[in-house]
Design a protein around this ligand. Structure first.
Ligand code: A2P
Length: 336
């Protein structure tokens, strides 16, 4: 079978990558519709070696498609996802708009593909937050084997996670500062070039940012275990593509670094750096690749049940576009 699909947010960083990945993986498409706002309607985007005309989402008739990949922001999903779902289109939503609704599956195929069984509840499937996705791909084999009681994590997140304007802001600030001029900013509240900001998404009443709380809520929902405690700090760094995370876990049953390496060597979607003096980085492994890279696996010298890991992935691919396409692949293989 072949499917008509729509990509909403097709002119954005994630949307364009969704189109690239659909083409690369030869997803069985018949017609592909590239949707964005009226601002960019009439322009074109690339799909494989073809150009697609960008259509205004406002005027789109959702009856025409079986699958919709949404990545145009929460409020845009809130507006169009129910309309599309009602018209029979299965929505795979990359925003946080529906992630915490109990009847909407939140899925990382390597971890909880079984939760897709409930997709007909609302005809909406949520794609998790980028930082959560790469973390649970690395941790779920450990959780399944010995149980994880607590996760301490600090993230090092690239600007592409914010979108196209943030990539441009970092590039122009680097130029300004190298030329001895003050850096101007509009996307981030402080200068991101040559700096790091412990601030992603909005601050909550408890002093954590929403990005940090996403890692708490989503990890528990995806692992299907609310007893896993998560203590996150999310940090934006002046990197274009790829997120890294320093992850410290406490396990229920004891396992040592060698045991963890043995699990990760076999883990789906993971590439393990075995050598203790080598490690993956955002610029290299974390840009343009599909897998989650794990290195620096070592025993926590401060805790008998502790393990440390360094986890790197491409936030635009595995953290967003690729994960959404993988969800669609399971959907058409097992359900549609
Ligand atoms: P547009 O190019 O028309 O602004 P990014 O995350 O890289 O900033 O991309 C955001 C994506 O979401 C873009 O494709 C953008 O399209 C799209 N988008 C933003 N607002 C809307 C809207 N109100 N309706 C449809 N698409 C939107």
């Amino acid at each position: 079978a072949k499917y008509n699909v729509a990509v909403l947010g097709a002119t954005g960083v994630v949307g364009q990558t969704m189109l690239d990945i659909l083409a690369e993986r030869e997803f069985p498409v018949d017609q592909v519709f590239a949707l964005a706002s009226a601002r960019s309607a009439g322009g074109t985007v690339k799909f494989g070696n073809k150009q697609l005309e960008v259509l205004d989402a406002e005027e789109f008739d959702w009856d025409q498609v079986q699958l919709g990949f949404f990545s145009a922001g929460g409020s845009v999903s809130a507006k169009y996802a129910p309309i599309a779902a009602e018209a029979g289109c299965v929505v795979i939503d990359n925003t946080s708009e529906f992630r915490y609704e109990p009847d909407i599956p939140l899925v990382v195929p390597e971890v909880n593909a079984h939760d897709l069984a409930n997709f007909r509840n609302r005809n909406i499937i949520a794609n998790p937050n980028c930082s959560t996705i790469q973390m649970v791909v690395a941790l779920s084999p450990i959780h399944r084997t010995v149980g994880i009681s607590r996760i301490n994590v600090s993230t090092y997140q690239s600007v592409s996670g914010t979108g196209k304007e943030a990539i441009e802001e970092l590039a122009s600030q680097v130029g300004e500062m190298l030329n001895g001029r003050p850096a101007s900013h509009k996307v981030y509240p402080k200068t991101i070039a040559f700096n790091v900001l412990p601030h992603i998404d909005v601050f909550q009443d408890n002093g954590y940012t929403k990005e940090e709380m996403k890692m708490v809520w989503e990890t528990q929902k995806i692992l299907g275990d609310e007893t896993v405690l998560v203590n996150p700090t999310a940090v934006r760094v002046p990197v274009m593509y790829g997120h890294a995370e320093a992850v410290h876990i406490e396990t229920r049953d004891q396992i040592d670094a060698e045991g963890v390496k043995a699990l990760l060597r076999e883990a789906e979607g993971v590439i393990l750096f075995e050598d203790d003096s080598d490690y993956p980085t955002q610029l290299e492994e974390g840009s343009g690749n599909d897998e989650v890279y794990v290195g620096r696996v070592r025993n926590d010298i401060s805790h008998p049940h502790g393990i440390n890991l360094w986890v790197v992935a491409d936030n635009v691919r595995k953290g967003a576009a690729l994960n959404s396409v993988q969800i669609a692949e399971v959907l058409i293989r097992d359900y549609l």
